[in-house]
Design a protein around this ligand. Structure first.
Ligand SMILES: O=c1ccn([C@@H]2O[C@H](COP(=O)(O)OP(=O)(O)O[C@H]3O[C@H](CO)[C@@H](O)[C@H](O)[C@H]3O)[C@@H](O)[C@H]2O)c(=O)[nH]1
Ligand SMILES: O=C(O)[C@H](O)COP(=O)(O)O
Length: 308
């Protein structure tokens, strides 16, 4: 079964000509927003925004807006992104009546209130090896197939933290957490090569209908909820080539894994959904190993549709 979906719903970004996509967008009157959630990404967000703007706004008319959602940064992310040509909003300043949570999913959920595109493309701000074809690649299935609602990117993911460099060794949470959870509970999603990819696109009307985890579980939740409600045939994936990014520390990935597991368990077993999970980790301390407890926020936002 997964292999059937792989054959039916997997594309390569080269399958679409950029000018053809621009023409489909123009004749269909479709509008497109690029949303970049960013927390302390002053080092890379300028490159991401400037290159996309030049290639897909200034040169051709593929994107109607580039919106960076500054997610509680304490560096110059806001200024750098604005200087590169993005419209920038601080997540906590968007719809303050709805409160504020930390996290990437929160930034993406809040983006719905400050963007207008019929299609929303998400892209991470910490990319170091990437190209602007990511965006038209993700839009290809949405602009050319009415039956596709959500498109995931996938790519070769190297691991390179400055001390070790190996092809295909990136994606620790993907390989150790997401893929085993999918194998156990959602095997019909096993054809997805990078289920956690931060580069993906979705029809706005469907995103507005989704419950959105405020943290890093936003991707896995969107996949499961879309497959459950619309069937896996509403999902496509596109090979985008190669992508490298800034790696998080192992213990930070432990918090990410906690969010991913919590969101999947909620969907698999139901029951009461925790807003916070206490994650105890062990770190070097004075005189040996010391316990460190983290409050991992696992709260989920309700569909934005009713809150406009
Ligand atoms: O509180 C936060 C944390 C992160 N980000 C941004 O979200 C993007 C991805 O965050 P990152 O910390 O780089 O995540 P990764 O370790 O790369 O995690 C991968 O796996 C996650 C789990 O599915 C996905 O959400 C990510 O997009 C995907 O890149 C970056 O632009 C961050 O600046 C925020 O906006 N707010
Ligand atoms: O997608 C993932 O699994 C996480 O982003 C971790 O990726 P990394 O192991 O390449 O840092």
């Amino acid at each position: 079964m997964p292999d059937d979906w792989f054959d039916a719903a997997t594309y390569r970004w080269q399958e679409w000509d950029l000018n053809d996509l621009v023409e489909v967008k123009r004749t269909s009157g479709t509008t497109v927003s690029l949303v970049v959630p960013a927390r302390n990404e002053a080092a890379t967000v300028g490159d991401v925004v400037a290159r996309v703007r030049e290639a897909l706004v200034d040169t051709v008319d593929l994107l109607d807006e580039i919106v960076v959602i500054d997610s509680d940064s304490d560096d110059d992310t806001y200024e750098v992104a604005a200087g590169a040509g993005a419209r920038v909003h601080r997540a906590r300043d968007i719809r303050p009546d709805l409160g504020s949570y930390p996290g990437k999913g929160e930034a993406m959920w809040k983006a719905q209130f400050v963007t207008t595109g019929d299609l929303i493309v998400f892209m991470d701000a910490d990319l170091t090896d990437w190209d602007t074809h990511f965006v038209p690649g993700l839009l290809g299935p949405l602009l050319t197939r009415d039956d596709v609602t959500l498109v995931k990117g996938f790519y070769e993911r190297p691991f390179d933290d400055g001390t070790r460099s190996e092809a295909y060794e990136g994606g620790r949470v993907t390989e150790l957490v997401a893929r085993p959870l999918i194998a156990r509970s959602y095997p019909r999603l096993a054809w997805l090569v990078q289920p956690l990819a931060g580069e993906w696109a979705i029809r706005r009307e469907w995103f507005e209908a989704l419950t959105v985890p405020t943290g890093y579980a936003v991707e896995i939740a969107a996949l499961i909820d879309t497959a459950n409600a619309l069937g896996p045939e509403a999902i496509a994936q596109v090979d985008l080539g190669r992508r490298a990014h800034r790696h998080q520390s192992l213990r930070d990935l432990g918090a990410m894994a906690t969010q991913v597991i919590t969101a999947v368990q909620a969907r698999t077993y139901g029951g009461e959904h925790p807003q916070v999970v206490a994650l105890r980790q062990y770190v070097p301390g004075e005189g040996g190993i010391a316990a460190a407890e983290r409050e991992v926020v696992t709260y989920e936002r309700p569909p934005a549709r009713g809150l406009r």
